[in-house]
Design a protein around this ligand. Structure first.
Ligand SMILES: N[C@@H](CCC(=O)N[C@@H](CS)C(=O)NCC(=O)O)C(=O)O
Length: 200
């Protein structure tokens, strides 16, 4: 039985999972949820969120749960750093990105008054500041190894400048350098492309 990913090409959480599949070179089929307005997803899972997997007949929901499951069953090209302490830190950063950066993205996307835009920019300013410090002098958070922490952060930043169309301010040089490192690692022609290669 094949692995099927209920996918939306513009979803940051789906992009995160597509990178994990590609890293691990695990083949999967894509079901585009926009094609039938999520009807088949709702029928299968009774909920609307993507990414969702039909994992050889088992339903697996949420990008963090899916990534951890793929790691368990396909340990090659690990998405975590070496050692228990670093793995814990990596999981915490993945969670911060999925919960905190996504909030900043939604705030910026929904900002429809100058005041709301200013507030959303201030929120992103705080996040960019943290990210710029995290990446100072480093290719990835855990040095030269791309982990799920970097993948989660990349997918949120990618959404910010593609879907939300908000350009990352030039002053955050380490964040720009990180994005370029991700572009090279993911073999993207341009940072505007969304990742959908079957393997890396
Ligand atoms: N924590 C979840 C978040 C998933 C999520 O928010 N997915 C959005 C797309 S980016 C979605 O499907 N939203 C549709 C809805 O809630 O109706 C994960 O990591 O997978």
């Amino acid at each position: 039985m094949a692995i099927k990913l209920f996918n939306s090409q513009t979803s940051m959480f789906c992009e995160k999972v597509r990178v994990v599949f590609a890293l691990k070179k695990v083949p999967y089929e894509v079901i585009d949820v926009r094609a039938d307005e999520r009807k088949s997803l709702l029928e299968y899972t009774n909920q609307r969120k993507v990414p969702t997997l039909n994992y050889n007949g088992e339903c697996v929901i949420d990008s963090t749960v899916i990534s951890a499951r793929l790691e368990k069953d396909h340990p090659q090209n690990s998405i975590y750093p070496e050692g228990a302490n670093n793995k814990g830190l990596c999981l915490a950063i993945e969670d911060w990105s999925d919960e905190v950066l996504v909030h900043a993205n939604h705030a910026m996307r929904r900002a429809d008054t100058p005041e709301a835009k200013q507030k959303a920019e201030a929120e992103w300013g705080t996040r960019f500041n943290s990210l710029d410090l995290m990446y100072a002098g480093k290719k990835f958070i855990f040095d030269n190894k791309m982990t799920i922490a970097d993948i989660s952060i990349f997918s949120q930043l990618h959404y910010l400048y593609t879907a939300v169309k908000y350009d990352l301010p030039a002053q955050y040089k380490n964040v720009h350098a990180f994005l370029e490192n991700m572009r090279q690692t993911l073999k993207l022609k341009s940072l505007a492309d969304s990742f959908d290669a079957p393997s890396l």
